[in-house]
Design a protein around this ligand. Structure first.
Ligand code: R1P
Ligand code: URA
Length: 300
């Protein structure tokens, strides 16, 4: 069978003797013999990531049932000692929290991609399961992101590297989106799942055109003109990781998708007014879509 191990875009790692994945508290003591890591994680086909540890724990419990894996009892957080991110393993799936925003997510994403490489995971798929603001779609809509736009409304991710602006493309995998819609959606879901463009910003308030942050130097009219401009670009949801997530996975060449549920229609307001119970119900919706997708993926 052809080798489908992730290739890293870093020549320095080819000569590094060891690598401590610090935020995951996973030590690759000898990069030339990763058999222990392969034993622990080599079967991983999918890594699901989301902002909170509680959601990832709930997802792990959900996936246990539909993937019919043998784990039982309270899910074990494999990264608890790291005191940063939570990681649960359910058979061939890892459920990992990433915190709020691209900065926090990129830290764990680099380490997870290295883990995939060292453990020699074959043909993995990375999925973000999150919440977002909607744009012209009803709250509770599930959006599978296509092109990720940054806060400047460019379909790219901009990062400062060695004091220079580096810009990378930010598109999610077309076949992942196709399969999420083909295998993840059920007519009886009771909610809509769509694919659309997503804006991933570096800020929840001003960066998303909210007028309820601690600072606001624009009018309601300015805000609505900006949101309409987003809508005209095919953007139907706004969150805080899409452009970085798409650009890193696209650069490394690993398949990725971003599946978020909308909590609000930003064309109608800024404050999230749904109840905490409604939020928890909404947060489960991407589980159903991603769960069916993963089940199908593992059968192939
Ligand atoms: O619900 P999560 O996955 O955290 O995603 C969204 O929620 C956070 C903001 O409330 C940001 O991380 C945004 O991307
Ligand atoms: O409006 C929203 C809701 C969730 N997450 C965001 O980034 N924005």
């Amino acid at each position: 069978m052809s080798d489908k191990t992730v290739e890293l875009m870093n020549p320095h790692l080819e000569t590094a003797r060891s690598d401590y994945l610090y935020h995951l508290d996973i030590n690759v003591a000898n990069t030339r013999d990763t058999s222990e890591l392969q034993n622990r994680f080599g079967d991983v086909r999918v890594i699901c990531m989301g902002g909170t540890g509680s959601r990832m724990r709930q997802l792990a419990l959900y996936l246990r049932d539909i993937l019919v894996v043998s784990e039982s009892g309270d899910p074990v957080d494999l990264c608890e000692r790291g005191n940063r991110y939570a990681m649960y393993k359910v058979g061939p799936v890892l459920c990992v929290s990433h915190g709020v925003g691209s900065s926090s997510f990129s830290v764990v994403l680099h380490e997870l991609i290295k883990l995939l490489k060292y453990a020699r995971c074959q043909d993995p798929v990375l999925l973000r399961i999150g919440t977002c603001g909607g744009l012209g779609v009803p709250p509770g809509t599930v959006v599978a992101s296509k092109n990720a736009f940054n806060g400047l409304l460019r379909n790219e991710h901009e990062i400062a590297i060695l004091g220079q602006r580096v810009v990378r493309p930010a598109q999610f995998s077309e076949d992942v989106i196709r399969d999420l819609l083909a295998f993840g959606v059920d007519a009886n879901d009771g909610f809509q799942t769509i694919s659309a463009n997503t804006m991933g910003t570096d800020c929840f308030y001003e960066g998303q055109g909210r007028t309820d942050g601690a600072i606001c130097e624009y009018s309601e009219k300015d805000k609505m003109e900006f949101l309409q401009k987003c809508h005209d670009l095919g953007i139907r949801n706004i969150e805080m990781e899409a452009s970085m997530f798409a650009s890193v996975t696209q650069k490394v060449g690993v398949k990725a998708g971003d599946v978020c549920v909308t909590l609000i229609d930003r064309l109608k307001g800024d404050q999230i007014t749904i109840t905490i119970d409604q939020k928890h119900e909404f947060e489960q919706r991407p589980f159903f879509v991603v769960g069916r997708y993963i089940k199908r993926l593992l059968q192939q």
